[in-house]
Design a protein around this ligand. Structure first.
Ligand SMILES: C[S@@+](CC[C@H](N)C(=O)[O-])C[C@H]1O[C@@H](n2cnc3c(N)ncnc32)[C@H](O)[C@@H]1O
Length: 346
């Protein structure tokens, strides 16, 4: 009897709950209908164009809401770039420092890494002897929108590429180009040339052949804009690495990435500028390293794992790194090679 009674009450209870649900559903349905009518009333007074634009604005807003801010990455491919070594180098960077100075900035992989990690709280100096490179950084920093507009003019075509490359063969033509046109030329050629590198001959003329890439991205406006932002607090200096002595003070962090001392007579790549970076320069650099060590700067230097370099820096801490270098045209010879990271005590 009790069983039958409890089943009956349970049945009544379920009926009651379902009727509540139904009321809710009807209620919701009514609300939706009411909203639609209200929307219809509202939009009846609008033109189709206005409705279209308001819909577009909402979808733009949603798109921007979902878009993550893209972190800046190097906008040039640079021989000896440090991007691939950053995971190995990361743990040796000082955790705090005052100014940051990079006297051989090249593609700027280390600078952008430190920027993205939030390490760069004070002034930064980026130095390089390559005038075209420093001009390009300055244009990215100060004239990024004009640069993007100029980049849009270029096309990925062999004849067009060589006509752009030719421009530094005639100094009169080259000198007439604006800073923006020169920067745009460098970025365009870097993305469309063979192996995407920067190399000049002894006259300082760009000499890399056309690269035959299907769809090279020579106008990446979004990245250029975020690099421009990263350069806001940066002083860009055209000149040789000795200039570091003008800026460096106690507790500044200085990262040196010079052209490497060759492991063998045929393995060198030192054509970033028309001047070669021989043993004399490596010795001069070592003197500067010692001077900055005396100033109690925090120092880090990359170079080849050669006897000469290890001998020169014998009194400093040395860390062995492994890198895959792609400068060899023969892909089968692109194995892992040892490189060295030298740090003072900080
Ligand atoms: C190994 S690359 C730097 C690569 C850079 N760390 C990167 O991640 O892309 C060497 C750079 O040193 C520059 N350079 C060569 N001789 C120089 C000198 N005497 N003073 C300053 N920079 C120099 C070259 O123009 C080149 O950009």
């Amino acid at each position: 009897m009790i069983r039958v009674m409890s089943k009956f009450f349970f049945y009544i209870y379920r009926k009651f709950i379902n009727s509540l649900d139904l009321n809710n559903k009807n209620g919701e349905k009514k609300l939706v209908e009411k909203n639609n009518q209200y929307f219809k009333l509202l939009t009846n007074n609008w033109s189709n164009k206005e409705i279209y634009h308001s819909k577009m604005q909402i979808s733009e807003l949603n798109k921007n809401k979902n878009k993550k801010k893209r972190l800046p990455t190097p906008f040039l491919k640079w021989a000896g770039g440090k991007r691939q070594l950053l995971p190995q180098m990361q743990k040796y960077f000082p955790s705090n420092f005052n100014q940051y100075i990079e006297p051989f900035v090249g593609g700027g992989a280390v600078f952008l890494f430190l920027y993205n990690e939030g390490f760069l709280k004070n002034k930064t100096f980026l130095i390089d002897t390559n005038e075209d490179l420093i001009n390009t950084y300055k244009v990215v920093k100060n004239n990024v929108e004009d640069l993007i507009d100029d980049l849009k003019i270029h096309v990925n075509d062999k004849d067009y590429y060589y006509s752009v490359r030719e421009k530094d063969r005639n100094q009169e033509i080259y000198n007439k180009m604006t800073f923006i046109e020169k920067a745009s030329r460098i970025i365009y050629m870097n993305k469309c040339c063979y192996n995407g590198l920067y190399r000049v001959n002894s006259k300082g003329q760009f000499n890399v052949p056309f690269g035959k890439y299907k769809n090279p991205k020579f106008c990446d406006g979004e990245n250029l804009r975020s690099v421009s932002l990263a350069l806001k607090n940066v002083e860009l200096v055209h000149g040789s690495f000795e200039k570091v002595l003008n800026f460096a003070k106690k507790d500044d962090f200085i990262y040196f990435d010079p052209p490497y001392h060759p492991l063998s007579a045929t393995s060198s790549f030192t054509s970033y500028t028309k001047d070669d970076f021989g043993m004399k320069y490596q010795e001069k650099l070592f003197e500067i390293f010692q001077e900055l060590d005396k100033r109690r700067c925090k120092l880090m230097l990359s170079n080849s794992f050669s006897d000469f370099i290890r001998g020169l820096y014998e009194d400093y801490n040395k860390i062995e790194l492994k890198a895959t270098r792609a400068i060899n045209c023969d892909a089968t010879k692109r194995g892992k090679i040892k490189e060295i990271l030298i740090v003072n005590d900080f």
